[in-house]
Each structure stands twice: as structure tokens, then as C-alpha cells.
Design a protein around this ligand. Structure first.
Ligand code: NAD
Length: 327
């Protein structure tokens, strides 16, 4: 079976490629495990860390290019993981680019999947940016989707496309609303939430970091490790477990930025903690204040999706999985 991953050179995409290589099989159309012979990994940029495994073919290109995508999602494709996207601040800064990649690109992927005529499984990476406006302290599965950013609107529209293409029998789709993924390895990105990783990652390296929000700022978090586990679980569950509702808010560990700094102190000591400099950036603080603060993700937990047990565990996962080893 062939698996297509868009956004494969990104932080989550690359981890997903590795995970599927390790696993070796995925659920096929009838639910039984089928060997993955080929992973078509595509992204607009290349990543030198892409595995050189003979099962992986990397193709550089724009997800908005229908000819390119139709040439990748070819007969024999049983599964598609659609992760390509322009992240929050990027889509807010460039309105046209955000719509072209996040909405039109999603439609291109779904149309190519539809043309197969075999209803492949499609997992779509959505976001908690789907929520916005006057939010209650705790978001439940019943919360209305009222995004207040272009990125959030584009993700909600993507989720609706996945629902409708599934209802029509064109695909077997599943959308996951991801919390902020922490700790993100590498460098800061264009997401407004990037500081949530930086305040852990840089002090662990012995580097100073500026935290642009107050310690009381609250956010739902998920480790890359459990996020990848969630992509696989979303794919593997039979369609009957999803029913008509193909949208899912994942579970999270909910923490204040102060809790995150305290966890860093417990895991890496006072010296690491002291490397955080608190300097409020009113623009970032305002964006963060509008985000969901706590999640009650009953449906995700009932479906077997997991949250990290604590912020300490989330930091530990980064140290084990991603932190560059000394020497
Ligand atoms: N990391 C998070 O905290 C988080 C939270 C919620 C949702 N998400 C979503 O999960 C997905 C993956 O996130 P990530 O953290 O790996 O982000 P990332 O930025 O590391 O990866 C996204 C990838 O999409 C690629 N891309 C951008 N424009 C493209 C285009 N025109 N054509 C093809 N590829 C293009 C980028 O090059 C990048 O490699 C994204 O869709 C993101 O919106 C992430």
C-alpha cells in the first residue's frame, strides 16, 4: 500500500514518516493491517533529515498544484495524512497565501483522493484555532466553532470539507484538532505559540529566552510524541468508531506558562529556570488570551486518544526524543 504525507518535511510530518516506517503496516481499506511499501512524502521545501529508507520517495512541490498532487495520490494509495499548512501567524500576515495553502491546498488533496474512487483514509491536521471569541474556561466537545483568525477559519473549512467528502463516500476522513504541540524541536517558527516551546527548549540548551506572556497565561498542550500517536490512532480506528462525526478535539495537559516554567525548574534545575526572561509582548499576549485555556476532551479519551500526564512528562519526552545529545 502507498501512503501519501503532505507537509512531510515539517516538524510533525517528519516524525510521522519515521513512525510509519517503524510500524511498517497500517490499516487498509477493510481494516486489516497492510504492509506499507511506499511513503510519498511531499512538501514545498526539502528536509535533509528525511529518512533515506528505500520505501520513502520525497517530492518537492506546492500542495496547491493539482497536477503535482494528482501525480502523487495515485491508485494504490490507501492512506493520506494531510499536514501541509501555513501556520497561524503566517496565515494572518499573508491572507492570500493562507487561503491558497490551507483551504485551496486541502481541496486539491481531497479532489485527488476522490478521483481514486477507492475512498482512502485521510487524516487532516486541524487546530484549536478553530475556537475563538468569548470562550468558556473549559472547552467541551460541544463547543461551537467560532474562529477569530484566518488560520482558524481555514482549518474549520478544511474540517468541513473532510466531513462532506466522507459523507459522500469519496474518502474515509478524520480531522484532529491539535492543541499546541510542545516541545517543538529545532528553531522557533511563525506560530504565535512558538514561545511555549522556546521557554523550555532554549534554557535546556543553556540559552536565554524571552517569554512574551504573563506566567498566568493558560494553554492546552500535547507532546509531539503523543500527537504522532494520535495521527496513527485516528487512521487506524474503523470508520464505524467515528460515525458521522469526523471532527475531534484531542486531549491535552492544560498548564499556565508559570506551570511550564516550574516544570522546567523541576526537570532541569534553577539555572535553567533563571534563563527565562519575562518581557510581555502585548500583541502575543492578546492573541494567547483569546485561545482555549482548558479542554474537556471526553470523546477523544473515550476513543483511546491520550494526553501527556504532566508538563514534566512532556519535557521529559522532548529530552528523550529530540534534544540534541551533548558531545
Ligand atoms: N505544531 C502545532 O502546535 C500545531 C497545532 C495545531 C495544528 N497544527 C497543524 O499541524 C500541521 C503540521 O504542523 P507542524 O507543526 O509540523 O508545522 P510545520 O510548519 O513544521 O510543517 C508544515 C509543513 O507544511 C509545509 N508547507 C507550507 N506551505 C506549503 C505548500 N504550499 N505546499 C506544500 N507544503 C507546504 C511547510 O514547508 C512545512 O514543512 C499543520 O497543518 C499545522 O497547521 C500544528
Amino acid at each position: 500500500m502507498q501512503v501519501v504525507i503532505t507537509g512531510a518535511a515539517g516538524m510533525l510530518g517528519l516524525k510521522l514518516v519515521r513512525k510509519i516506517l517503524d510500524k511498517g503496516t497500517l490499516a487498509g481499506p477493510d481494516g486489516s493491517q497492510v504492509k506499507v511499501d511506499r511513503i510519498v512524502a511531499t512538501d514545498i521545501v526539502a528536509n535533509p533529515a528525511m529518512p533515506t529508507d528505500k520505501r520513502v520517495t520525497f517530492v518537492a512541490g506546492d500542495v496547491f498544484d493539482p497536477a503535482l498532487i494528482a501525480g502523487l495520490i495515485t491508485p494504490g494509495t490507501g492512506s493520506i495524512f494531510h499536514l501541509a499548512g501555513v501556520v497561524s501567524a503566517g496565515a494572518e500576515r499573508d491572507f492570500d497565501l493562507g487561503y491558497r495553502v490551507n483551504l485551496d491546498g486541502t481541496r486539491v488533496v481531497l479532489e485527488a483522493a476522490r478521483k481514486l474512487g477507492s475512498a482512502p483514509r485521510v487524516v487532516f491536521a486541524s487546530s484549536l484555532a478553530a475556537y475563538g471569541g468569548d470562550l468558556p474556561d473549559v472547552i467541551t466537545d460541544e463547543q461551537k466553532l467560532t474562529p477569530q483568525t484566518s488560520y482558524g477559519c481555514q482549518k474549520v473549512m478544511g474540517e468541513l470539507l473532510v466531513m462532506d467528502y466522507t459523507r459522500k463516500g469519496f474518502i474515509d476522513g478524520r480531522s484532529l484538532r491539535l492543541p499546541t504541540i510542545v516541545v517543538r524541536p529545532g528553531k522557533p517558527n511563525l506560530a504565535a505559540s512558538t514561545f511555549a516551546s522556546s521557554i523550555i527548549r532554549e534554557p535546556l540548551k543553556g540559552e536565554r529566552v524571552i517569554c512574551p506572556v504573563d506566567p498566568s497565561a493558560q494553554m492546552p498542550l500535547l507532546s509531539p510524541r503523543l500527537c504522532i500517536e494520535a495521527f496513527i490512532r485516528a487512521h487506524e480506528l474503523p470508520g464505524s468508531d467515528w460515525g458521522w462525526n469526523r471532527q475531534l478535539m484531542l486531549a491535552s495537559v492544560d498548564a499556565s506558562v508559570g506551570d511550564m516554567a516550574a516544570a522546567l525548574k523541576r526537570v532541569a534545575g534553577q539555572k535553567a529556570y533563571d534563563l527565562i526572561e519575562w518581557k510581555i509582548d502585548p500583541m502575543i499576549a492578546k492573541i494567547v488570551a483569546g485561545w482555549p485555556k482548558r479542554l474537556s476532551s471526553k470523546r477523544a479519551l473515550a476513543m483511546g486518544f491520550r494526553a501527556d500526564p504532566s508538563v514534566d512528562a512532556l519535557i521529559q519526552a522532548y529530552i528523550e526524543d529530540d534534544m540534541p545529545k551533548a558531545g
